[in-house]
Design a protein around this ligand. Structure first.
Ligand SMILES: NC(=O)c1ccc[n+]([C@@H]2O[C@H](COP(=O)([O-])OP(=O)(O)OC[C@H]3O[C@@H](n4cnc5c(N)ncnc54)[C@H](OP(=O)(O)O)[C@@H]3O)[C@@H](O)[C@H]2O)c1
Length: 280
């Protein structure tokens, strides 16, 4: 595996994937360089560079905005993935597609297995599942959740900003998930790609929390008072958010576990690293 093309290379995960492939020849295609919804551009970019692998991290990730513009969501997330998959097939490149906990409806009481039946409840989730359906058998699908990292906007940065602006913070206590850190995800994505592991892998940091519990932990790690965070129910959010969220976003990393591959560490470890970096 010598040459790797990364779509969405300017995003949270894309930027870390580019770094994780240091030592390989990396073609970092950000949104401005390559719009995945433009089939001609995608085919040209992939066939002219003939990569050995394509990591497809480009997506329209604005979950609430997707509700208002389903055409754009499906154009980028589903049709865009069809284009990338077609390009990868033409040159025989291994494809890795980034997907999401939002493919599930969140009603299962236990963590979701890779083999559970998806049932997305939002336009974003449906458009990302549409992307999964465009991926052939000989490809890797990495589903992850609650992504945080140094680059781009994410909940750790939002929580710290809100803590500067307000004395009291409220976060929902009835949505649970596993915060996942881009700099832990990227090396695992690299490994699955280099090994050419086919199929779906749930890849998250370990540790299940509600947003309320996570916000408290973020404040604690930042040496702020976690008692400033109050729990609230999703139904009491004002104004309500346009896109429904799964109440249970927990992804059992069963495919990694059963294949005796290492799991990512507990989220507290990368959270401490990130807060240190943001505060330095
Ligand atoms: N964030 C999460 O919590 C989360 C959870 C589960 C799965 N994922 C998945 O992980 C992948 C990476 O997400 P992320 O967290 O890194 O999100 P992100 O920071 O929003 O990165 C996505 C990147 O895709 C780019 N993009 C948008 N439209 C595009 C288009 N038409 N063509 C090419 N690139 C386009 C964006 O560029 P612009 O910003 O310039 O438009 C952005 O740089 C996505 O597939 C996402 O669905 C994310």
């Amino acid at each position: 595996m010598t040459r790797v093309l990364v779509t969405g290379a300017g995003g949270q995960i894309g930027r870390e994937v580019v770094d994780a492939f240091a030592g390989h020849e990396v073609l970092a295609a950000d949104h401005a360089t390559l719009d995945v919804s433009d089939r001609d551009s995608v085919l040209q970019a992939i066939t002219s560079s003939a990569p050995d692998a394509v990591v497809h991290a480009g997506a329209w990730t604005a979950v609430d905005a997707c509700e208002g513009d389903p055409d754009r969501a499906f154009r980028v997330n589903s049709l865009g993935t069809r284009n990338v998959a077609e390009g990868a097939r033409r040159v025989g490149a291994w494809l890795c597609y980034l997907s999401t906990d939002y493919v599930f409806d969140g009603t299962k009481p236990e963590p979701y297995l890779e083999w559970d039946r998806p049932n997305p409840v939002s336009v974003y989730g449906r458009s990302k599942l549409g992307g999964e359906h465009e991926i052939g058998r000989d490809a890797t699908i990495v589903r992850t959740s609650w992504v945080c990292g140094l680059h781009g906007n994410n909940m750790v940065k939002t929580i710290l900003r809100l803590a500067q602006e307000h004395e009291k913070l409220t976060f929902v206590d009835d949505q649970r998930g596993q915060p996942s850190f881009a700099d832990d995800l990227a090396p695992m994505i690299r490994r699955l790609v280099v090994d050419r592991r086919p199929g779906i892998f749930h890849v998250t940091n370990q540790g299940a929390v509600s947003w309320f519990e996570f916000a408290r932990t973020v404040l604690e790690v930042a040496d702020l008072d976690p008692g400033r965070v109050r729990p609230i129910a999703t139904a009491d959010l004002e104004p309500p958010r346009p896109a429904p969220r799964p109440a249970n976003s927990l992804l059992d990393n069963a495919a990694l576990r059963l294949a005796t591959l290492p799991l990512l560490p507990h989220y507290r470890e990368p959270l401490e690293r990130l807060v240190r970096e943001l505060q330095s």
